[in-house]
Design a binder for this molecule. Structure first.
Ligand SMILES: Cc1cc2nc3c(=O)[nH]c(=O)nc-3n(C[C@H](O)[C@H](O)[C@H](O)COP(=O)(O)OP(=O)(O)OC[C@H]3O[C@@H](n4cnc5c(N)ncnc54)[C@H](O)[C@@H]3O)c2cc1C
Length: 397
């Protein structure tokens, strides 16, 4: 073989990290992973960080992930431009990055659908930083004695359900620790007539029942039209609250829209890819941004990453390449302590069994990214609660 292939991977999330790991220490490849953050974020457990569990489960340093790779360079930068003709990318730092092949794994960004005030006043649930901001806000309210009566989670998808289910118990716990007696409620609002509408009626119903048993007030057919500092306006009513969390919308990363001559988009706004996951010559798009059947799940991003990395290896060695085949993900939504709803094709499980499946799924994902000892250590953090209130150090147990 004459020379190595320069692979640039843009984005240090599920897809990007997995693609780099798959190419790590492979003969003939030199890999540069560009990410604005120095750590990988495990989104599936963000709701736990917002509600008192250790953030060590959700943020894993990239350097740690690639400590044993001799051909992967991690660069802390954000890609802001590209020249597809010259095969170069430009970073926010001003640096230029040349590639033979580029893999974009930029993920999605929050979409507020232009609803006035939501971008300003609602808390987010898309990063460790946002999860910790929410946690700090919940405690600050209690120490300042201006606590809300109603906490609102907008979005009846997986993220909203997970958060609402955990928030009730957490708020009770921190209220007890802060000696706050009065009542409160958690509202989960969804614009559609059902929660997780795409996953079948029985699945939605079971989740709704469980949320009800936990004390969450589920409001379907509830479309938010405006938010101010202390009020959320719906079509026919309004709710007074300073604690509103937005989990209701995601959209494709805006980077691609700058290059309509290179990228084309599906009706859903995702980047169209061919049967080898290429958006254009030498340009691959994977994960949330790619228009594939099960796009929008971490499991899909990992599957895409494995596929593209393997195809690059096969091309390098002049082996046959095979077309991309989507892989049906397992849907597992935890709802409150030790309870989860699982749907995998026609198989469904609810309750403690579901929760065990979820813990196994978490471990499986960590094992795809980390060594066995690292994976078990990070997985263990999922059951570790923070010892005390981050504001005034009162014990929250
Ligand atoms: C709260 C929450 C819970 C979830 N729970 C689950 C779950 O239980 N199961 C499941 O399968 N999926 C879950 N998902 C979905 C899953 O997280 C995504 O599908 C997955 O992260 C997509 O992987 P990705 O590689 O496409 O993007 P991401 O993992 O989002 O990675 C994108 C990366 O690109 C980086 N980036 C952004 N802009 C730039 C730039 N300009 N230059 C360079 N890098 C950049 C970002 O920093 C990030 O590291 C959840 C998502 C959220 C938000």
């Amino acid at each position: 073989m004459t020379r190595y292939r320069k692979i640039v991977i843009v984005g240090g999330g599920f897809g990007g990290v997995k693609a780099a790991l798959r190419l790590a220490n492979k003969e003939g490849f030199w890999v540069r992973l560009i990410s604005p953050k120095s750590y990988f974020e495990y989104h599936a457990a963000l709701y736990r960080s917002a509600t008192g569990h250790s953030p060590l489960e959700v943020a894993i340093p990239l350097d740690e992930l690639f400590a044993r790779s001799n051909n992967v360079e991690v660069v802390e930068d954000a890609v802001v431009g590209m020249d597809a003709e010259k095969k170069t990318l430009t970073g926010k730092s001003g640096a230029h990055y040349e590639y033979d092949e580029v893999i974009f794994a930029l993920g999605s960004v929050t979409n507020y659908f232009g609803i006035p005030g939501v971008d300003r006043f609602a808390y987010g649930m898309k990063s460790v930083q946002e999860a910790l901001e929410l946690k700090t806000h919940l405690h600050e309210q209690l120490t300042n004695h201006d606590h809300d009566h109603t906490y609102v989670v907008i979005g009846g998808g997986a993220s909203g359900i997970e958060l609402a289910g955990e928030l009730v118990g957490y708020e009770s716990r921190i209220r007890r620790a802060h000696h706050v007696q009065n009542k409160f409620q958690v509202d989960l609002m969804e614009a559609a007539p059902r929660l997780v509408a795409s996953l079948g009626e029985r699945y939605s119903k079971k989740i709704r029942q469980r949320l009800g048993a936990l004390g969450v007030h589920v409001m379907t057919d509830s479309c938010v039209v405006k938010e101010t500092l202390d009020e959320l306006k719906l079509k026919h009513t309004s709710v007074h609250s300073h604690t509103v969390v937005w989990t209701a919308g995601q959209t494709t990363h805006p980077f691609f829209a700058q290059y309509p001559e290179v990228f084309s988009f599906s009706k859903k706004g995702k980047v169209k890819v061919d049967m080898y996951m290429r958006a254009a010559k030498h340009i691959y798009v994977i994960g949330d941004c790619a228009d594939t059947q099960y796009s929008g799940m971490a499991q899909t991003a990992i599957h895409d990453a494995n596929y593209v990395a393997d195809q690059l290896i096969r091309r390098y060695w002049d082996w046959d390449v095979t077309p991309y085949r989507p892989k049906r993900p397992v849907y597992v939504i935890p709802v409150g302590p030790k309870w989860a709803a699982v749907r995998w094709g026609n198989f469904e499980a609810y309750g403690y069994l579901g929760w065990l499946i979820r813990r196994i799924a978490d471990l499986r994902l960590f094992l795809m990214l980390l060594s066995i000892s690292q994976a078990f250590a990070v997985w263990h953090y999922g059951v570790v609660r923070e010892e005390a209130c981050p504001i005034c150090r009162v014990d929250t147990h």
